[in-house]
Design a protein around this ligand. Sequence first.
Ligand code: 5CA
Ligand code: ZN
Length: 407
Amino acid sequence: MRSWAAQNVPKLPGESIPLSLYDTSAKQVRQTDPGPTARMYVCGITPYDATHLGHANTYHAFDLVGRMWRDAGHEVHYTQNATDVDDPLLERAEQTGVDWRELAEREIELFRGDMEALRILPPREYVGVTEVVGRVAELISKLSAKGVTYALDGDVYFSVADAPKFGQVSGYDEAEMLALFAERGGDPDRAGKRHPLDWLLWRAERPGEPAWDAPLGRGRPGWHIECTAIALDSLGGGYDVAGGGSDLIFPHHECGASEGHALTGEWPFAKFYTHAGMVALDGEKMSKSKGNLVFVSRLRVAHDPMAVRLVLLARHYRADWEYVPSLMADAERRLARWRAAVALPAGPRAEELLATVRARLADDLDSPGALSAIDAWAEQALDQDGPDPGAPALVRDLADALLGVAL
Ligand code: 5CA
Ligand code: ZN
């Protein structure tokens, strides 16, 4: 599928710093250690409604990961999916009388525009599930040949009893897993399952639902296997970072990791499982199903998109936070101050600022720390001028390259 347009990323002088990130699976911050090409997969949208600030928070976090790797001289192979066939999309299409393909296409196009406006660098591969159904079916057959699946009325399940590493990504106990499984698309109570946590790999055709021919029988993929298949084919096992919001820790990334393990024999399937916090509105997690949404497409028209980006940067990516309109006003003031400072003919020397911003971001993406450092430089520049005619351009470049903020 077509991705979106990339902006040019300025090259920065001086020494880069290797990126450390929190790994949910290890429950600690560790240094990433990619090869010449860093490999990252981030779970994409289910395109049945417009991009909200919660989505943007997640894609923004992993954009910072890619920017830090680029700064350190790595090529970045970034892959993202779009869940362009799934229950909530089909339900919304049915409710609104729109063809599900049209709905998905329209929302994906809006998402591309939102990502471009926020200057989020595009994935190298942007893959719709409908583009790879045959391949997903093939991998499910491969899992069946390994004896880790079973059929139930034409549907195919992964048997959790055959997933020896299950639980190692989330670290959750069984009670917690059961509760989240039910809440997030699982079917713990379905009669005939061997274990309540067995998860669906292939859903046999139901009347009125889209289906594809496959040796397994006509049907469509379950949720988790789509990301395992796309990541595996695009990046290979043992890739550097699997990302998404914290609502994907379980069951999505847990199940995906076990699928990857069964298919490749490799553990961990991704070296880091990294998760962004949840953005809330009016006390509840922003979600399409609840309808308490702040749409990026509206915010970026009413405000400078760079101020929207600064709202996201002002929070640590792993924090859960609540959106209130005053955050937008704070960000607009900050943006105006920074722009005034870099418009000066000279400023305080900025080499040290660059080192600080790199160090803050290298430390598990401490973007609030990076913003404070730039605030201090801007304040000094505006209050006292500075001797260095090259400083404003350097600050402009570092904000652009490392934070994605165009000043
Ligand atoms: N298509 C699947 C992933 S394969 C999916 O979860 N789609 S989604 O549209 O529901 O979410 C897209 C991304 O945004 C996911 O990474 C999800 O974790 C993240 N996300 C969803 N809601 C929020 C929120 N309120 N705050 C932060 N991130 C969120
Ligand atoms: Zn996913």
